[in-house]
Ligand binder design. Structure first.
Ligand code: FE
Length: 346
């Protein structure tokens, strides 16, 4: 496999004029310029396999979703971006609103990708899923005490919940789904109750919350499923030991289903290499890529007909998923942000 060429990293994003990647390379070789908020080892393997199969070199710009959006917006018509990838539907929506995506006919993917995971206007498509779920202490919480996100609002959980800050897209999107299902008023009451029930000020990422349970600082946490899987599958005995004290629970199985967010991609509106962009997006649905998501990042592949080997992830499936069109997470993002400000979710 050819190595993936990294032509710019997050640190260099601050230097707006630092790179006009691949202009020279495009004279001689086929390239695709990928702007990705994903920071996973799976993707390097997928890009290498893509290059091997197609001869198209992958140039990667890596940064968080908001930085990528700002970069492509600032570069305007001169942006070298061909494909834009984020790990949250609300960020995809934000890129769409900023006019960064080309409207694309993804209709040939409708047999592969459930309709609720494709942008209704055709600006982007999801290639892997993540569920935001509930973790609890094996010893301090009994099965059946919590069945839903709504249950976390009960005063019995006062001082017992660990959850990361509201600036993170994952919590905003979970809250956006509650706005969609319950209405704005009920979603705000829920968010207020979560703040009231917090064991501590929000800190760290999702693994920090799982570690909080293991350390006895809280009894319940909200986390994306793959962070737990990552800890179970970790080589680090401390991560394994923490995960072993925690049960991961997929809530709302009898109602709306567990919250689903996505990794997704769209073709940049000024893509210099739109055909290569489309080829790469199609490749995310290949057996190779779908298997890599399941095996290397513990994400849930959008295709159900691809076999993969990851007992930790397999043990979580199947579960009832929220079938809300993930574009609605973007539609309700502003409301969710207003709510977290209102209730003081830091
Ligand atoms: Fe993550």
């Amino acid at each position: 496999m050819k190595p993936v060429k990294f032509f710019a990293f997050a640190a260099s994003l601050a230097v707006a004029a630092c790179s006009q990647p691949a202009d020279e390379a495009s004279e001689t070789a086929q390239v695709v310029n990928v702007y990705s908020a994903r920071h996973y080892s799976s993707d390097a393997a997928i890009y290498a396999a893509f290059t091997e199969e197609t001869g198209i070199e992958v140039n990667l710009v890596s940064a968080n979703g908001d930085q990528l959006i700002e970069r492509v917006r600032a570069d305007g018509e001169r942006s070298p971006a061909d494909v834009i990838i984020t790990v949250d539907a609300a960020r995809l929506h934000r890129a769409e609103e900023a006019g960064l995506f080309a409207q694309t006919d993804f209709s040939d993917l409708t047999d592969t990708v459930p309709a609720n995971l494709i942008d209704p206007e055709g600006y982007w498509v999801s290639f892997a899923k993540r569920s935001r779920v509930i973790a609890w202490s094996n010893t301090r919480v009994q099965p059946g005490e919590i069945t839903s996100y709504e249950d976390l609002a009960d005063p019995q959980w006062q001082g017992r919940i660990c959850v990361r800050g509201s600036g993170n897209a994952y919590n905003q999107s979970l809250l956006a789904s509650l706005v969609a299902h319950l209405g704005e008023e009920s979603a705000e009451a829920w968010a207020q109750a979560i703040v009231d029930n917090m064991a501590r000020e929000p800190q760290g990422g999702d693994r920090t919350q799982i570690n909080g349970i293991a350390a006895g600082e809280c009894d319940v946490a909200i986390t994306n499923h793959y962070y737990y899987a990552m800890m179970v599958n970790s080589d680090d005995p401390a991560a394994q030991a923490a995960a072993a004290q925690v049960t991961l629970f997929f809530p709302n199985q009898d109602t709306t289903g567990a919250h689903i967010n996505v990794s997704g991609a769209g073709i940049a509106v000024n893509a210099p290499h739109p055909d290569n962009a489309r080829a790469l997006i199609d490749y995310f649905f290949s057996d190779t890529a779908q298997r890599a998501f399941a095996e290397m990042t513990n994400e849930i592949p959008v295709r159900t007909d691809v076999s993969w080997d990851n007992p930790t992830l397999a043990a979580m499936l199947p579960f009832n998923e929220d079938n809300l069109n993930v574009s609605e997470l973007g539609d309700h993002n502003e409301t969710a942000q207003r709510i977290v400000d209102q209730v003081g979710w830091q």
